[in-house]
Design a protein around this ligand. Structure first.
Ligand code: ADP
Ligand code: MG
Ligand code: MG
Length: 205
């Protein structure tokens, strides 16, 4: 049965982050400190190096290594937040394989990001992408959709959540220092979070 290959997911995310580094940094230049692309690229480069080094065997080990490398390598807010996502994902996935396991672990990761960063949907952060993606995963899994269809729905929901950050006023993170002036710009972390979901779709094996 088709499932998300965790190692392929993480490596694919690293590749997408590399391709979009300049865009992510440009978004952060508008409402932050112009380092989101650099932070994510540095973090995901460290992740790939750690995976190459240790060749973890289970989805849980892959995502735990990913979390630790991100937390080690990234100084900005995004490192601990994506790190927490993968740490909670790791604890929930274990050696789980199917799309229902993935959806459950993804939700645990998102709940971890919320617990750590205290952002709610509508605060103009990565949470605005991650929560609709988790909701779409749960809904489509409950409806018995195929793995591919479940992830297609998550990709669409993530993109819509990302796009919906543009008019919002930021209430968390550096962008919140701008107050009303943060409106009219797409959130950088919501943009990288959409790449995370896109990478999962591409890692169905
Ligand atoms: P920094 O803001 O420390 O420079 P980055 O630029 O790498 O870190 O990441 C900024 C992104 O992190 C924001 O665009 C936002 O999506 C996300 N972010 C910031 N604070 C929070 C938070 N408290 N909860 C969730 N996401 C957050
Ligand atoms: Mg920044
Ligand atoms: Mg910074």
């Amino acid at each position: 049965m088709a499932a998300v290959d965790t190692a392929a997911w993480v490596r694919g995310f690293a590749a997408l982050v590399g391709e979009h580094e300049a865009e992510l940094t440009a978004l952060d230049a508008a409402i932050g400190d112009a380092d989101h692309g650099t932070n994510m690229r540095r973090g995901m480069t460290a992740v790939v190096a750690a995976l190459d080094d240790s060749q973890p065997g289970t989805p849980g080990e892959v995502s735990k290594q990913t979390a630790m490398a991100l937390i080690r390598a990234v100084g900005g807010a995004s490192g601990p937040l994506f790190g927490t996502f993968f740490l909670r994902f790791a604890a929930a996935i274990g050696s789980g394989m199917d799309i229902a396991d993935f959806a459950r672990a993804f939700r645990a990761g998102v709940d971890g990001v919320i617990a750590r960063g205290k952002a709610e949907p509508g605060d103009k952060t990565m949470v605005d992408t991650l929560v609709p993606a988790a909701d779409a995963l749960d809904t489509r899994v409950a409806g018995g959709a195929s793995t591919e269809a479940v992830l297609d729905a998550a990709v669409s929901a993530a993109a819509a959540g990302r796009d919906a950050t543009t008019p919002l006023v930021a209430r968390k993170g550096r962008a919140s220092y701008l107050g009303e002036r943060s409106a009219g710009h797409q959130d950088p972390g919501a943009t990288s979070a959409a790449l995370l979901v896109l990478a999962a779709r591409a890692a169905v094996r």
